[in-house]
Design a protein around this ligand. Sequence first.
Ligand code: FAD
Length: 555
Amino acid sequence: MLRLTDIKLPLDHAEPALADAILARLGISADQLRGYTVVKRSYDARKRGAIVLIYTVDVDTPRAPELLQRAQAETASARGAGSPIKLGPAPDTTYKFVGRAPAQLPLRPLVIGMGPCGLFAALVLAQMGFRPIVLERGKAVRERTVDTFGLWRKKVLNPESNVQFGEGGAGTFSDGKLYSQISDKQHHGRKVLTEFVAAGAPEEILYVSKPHIGTFRLVSMVEHMRATIQALGGEIRFSHRVDDLLVETDAAGVRHVRGVTLAGGEQLRADHVVMALGHSARDTFAMLHARGVYVEAKPFSIGFRVEHPQSLIDRARFGPQAGHPILGAADYKLVHHCRNGRSVYSFCMCPGGTVVAAASEPGRVVTNGMSQYSRNERNANAAIVCGITPEDYAAYGEGPLAGIALQRHWEALAFELGGGEYEAPAQLVGDFVANRASTQFGEVKPSYTPGVRLGSLDASLPGYAIEAIREALPAFDKQLRGFAMHDAVLTGVETRTSSPVRITRGGDGQSLNTRGLFPAGEGAGYAGGILSAGVDGIKTAEAVALSMLTGSARA
Ligand code: FAD
């Protein structure tokens, strides 16, 4: 099989045009093309009036050896001239397990957290026969949905079952974007996507360049994956919060995990514990730190959600081809480096979606975004955030958990500014840039359902972040026409962009100072997003399996 990249065709090309382009590019006749599979389809919208589709295809032809030789010779002769390789052998992306569990397992591995990281760690461990036990503090996804809507519609927060906590993790009520910029030489991302398709995701996620699933499908997919883990001998316990870690120090002074204690006091023994907590498990981070597990502060970002009419974003990105069904609702990605040394960027953009209440602690307001598969709500939303570092947290507390203190401070203030009932403070972009309080909405109606309270956002974030975002919005307008439209709405605050801590691990996937503890996913600082968290879950399952097979975590 050959992989042929960079085939460009007009947006409205007829179906046979792709096969014709393959024949022309390879210089073969139709009877020599046994078949082909599209492995990637992206678009180039830099010329708005002439958007092109770009394909990568795997081609089956009896002339493969000769064509490969020719391509290699051409590449060699063009070396130095910067000519990209457009043809090569198709890589083998099938997933290969690192091992198989022995018939007798002395102790089963524990997986704490059932977000995408824990889900994939548990699935792959179960597929290898290790029969993991998953402990998830939140509820099963359907019950969790009821609780999540409780905050959005009735302003009632359940601190153990919400947007952040429960089966499926933080990504369940989301846009379900499934792309990432991680380097993935072993094709673990392919395994994530393939398992998602087996669980009910649309097949197109395997080849479109920016796949997304939307929130409704994610719910049933997560249930499907749960059933697979159980059928393979895994066990899943909801409403089981891990409150403590059992650690023993051996004669050589090496610390080993020996199990966990649950909120009800029950203890579970295990020598291999995956900690896939997500970025909002603040109490569990504090417990790990108190138990002496190595934790350090890491940078993250804070800012607001911005909402524009989706039609404005479509026109700015796609010009006359706005609304084309292949292109769908347009997204964007913006960055601005500010005079005060900060960077402001757009994050977690949700085309045709809604801004959601994403708090997990009482008395705090946090924003995020989600959408359905159709992405056909009126507004586009994205976080507009300013990067911050551990030096910025020093004023809020000491030690590795100071970033959490900073988050809590600004989330509590947003709660107050919003009126104390989970409504969020908001301001129109035009007023924010002009530094005057907003008093009424214009063309854009905010979608944040507990409701928003208009005014000034100036007091809702540190001064340097306000200054940076104020500078960035007009700069973004130069990159995406209309972005600084007066009536666009900013809603605050967005503080959970990534984990404020890293639970640092070594090359074997284990905590730097606690053997048998495998920190993983977004909460541990090793992923950002559904796909990368899933990939990290797979890598962690491999590390656990290798450790269990070689006994490397035991004394
Ligand atoms: P999480 O998904 O956070 O899962 C951690 C799990 O651990 C939770 O279920 C939690 O209940 C559980 N847990 C925590 N502490 C304990 C404990 N002590 N005991 C037992 N269980 C515990 N990413 C994308 O790629 N695309 C998107 O479109 C997207 N949209 C998003 C929209 C929203 C509203 C939110 C909140 C996030 C979104 N994200 C998106 C981010 C994405 O959801 C996360 O990056 C991803 O879920 C991280 O996966 P994880 O498994 O590491 O952690």
